[in-house]
Design a protein around this ligand. Structure first.
Ligand code: FMN
Length: 296
């Protein structure tokens, strides 16, 4: 089998992970760090863990030669720190809050942190497996930041939003076209208290004979005091009953008679161009897009 790098990476990304920042110090004592989701716990007795730094990293030699390294498991809301340590920025530590444990830098506000003494370094293709014995750890018991094929996710935020949702919609696409109702709206169902928005939406689509595979949450927003929308992404193949296809690139969002849906479709068109999709949390007028970013 000929293995293509891009499709292999996509297959690996089906494994949902958390996000960590792995840190050490250079021979001259400068802190270095990078974002990694290749973290795994290894052993409880003795306590051991591993991470896999790639040979593309600017700090690769520092990690390969390190006798000590730190791992900060990022908490929900630390997407910006993840993006900072996945960027080419030279001054990463000047642009975030960090502290020291056993001489190693750890990111402030983390969900949990570890300092390790390197016990082995295994060469493995274009990465190394850095195995360390834990000499210090802390656990703030905050929910961790999640990472998957669509970018970051925040399980506890999404659960809370799901619990309060009163309407569930789906942004359906097939990779090239988006599928909207005749009124330029997203297919939407009402959700009663205590119901699972995802299950209600799935049932609603089946009732309308719309075939779709629902995936991640794309937006959560309040409209007025009492209406909370949750918008899932969904994949479909070909035209579905009651829906119209529109090319994503040339998508005319002006026909959507609702500002929130218009803003959502505008964002989708832009994010589709960059193939990097975020999660919007806010109200119908203003909010934050939790950014998504691909890995090495
Ligand atoms: C979520 C995520 C996970 C990543 N995991 C790893 C990893 O496990 N190993 C790795 O070498 N790079 C990983 N990267 C890429 C590095 O963070 C990125 O290439 C690095 O920071 C580039 O900066 P530098 O080469 O200047 O250090 C990941 C990036 C992201 C966004």
């Amino acid at each position: 089998m000929r293995i293509d790098r891009t499709t292999l990476r996509a297959a690996f990304s089906r494994f949902l992970t958390g996000v960590t920042v792995v840190t050490t110090r250079t021979a001259t004592g400068e802190p270095v760090g990078f974002t990694a989701n290749s973290f795994s716990s290894v052993s409880l007795n003795p306590p051991m863990l591993l991470v896999c730094p790639g040979n593309h990293l600017s700090g690769f030699h520092a990690f390969r030669d390190a006798t000590q390294f730190g791992v900060s498991i990022l908490a929900e809301g630390q997407e910006a720190v993840s993006n900072l340590f996945a960027s080419r920025a030279a001054d990463r530590f000047a642009n975030c809050d960090w502290e020291e444990a056993d001489g190693m830098p750890l990111i402030a506000g983390r969900a949990a942190g570890f300092v390790c003494t390197t016990s082995s370094v295994v060469a493995a293709g274009d990465h190394i497996v850095l195995i360390g014995q834990v000499s210090h750890f802390d656990d703030a018991a905050r929910p961790g930041l999640g990472y998957g094929p669509e970018g970051y996710f925040s399980q506890s935020k999404e659960r809370k939003a799901e619990a309060a949702a009163t309407r569930a919609s789906v942004l359906l696409d097939d990779g090239a076209r988006v599928y909207l109702t005749d009124q330029g709206q997203l297919p939407t169902v009402p959700v009663q208290r205590g119901e699972s928005p995802l299950s209600v939406l799935e049932a609603g689509l089946i009732a309308r004979q719309i075939r779709a595979e629902l995936s991640v949450v794309y937006a959560i927003y309040d409209e007025g005091e009492t209406c909370r929308h949750i918008v899932f992404r969904g994949r479909t193949k070909g035209l579905q009953p009651g829906l119209q296809a529109q090319d994503i690139v040339t998508l005319d969002t002006s026909q959507a008679n609702n500002t929130a849906v218009r803003a959502l479709l505008d964002r989708f068109r832009q994010e589709h161009r960059a193939q990097s999709f975020g999660l919007y949390v806010g109200d119908a007028h203003a909010g934050d897009v939790l950014p998504a970013q691909g890995r090495d």
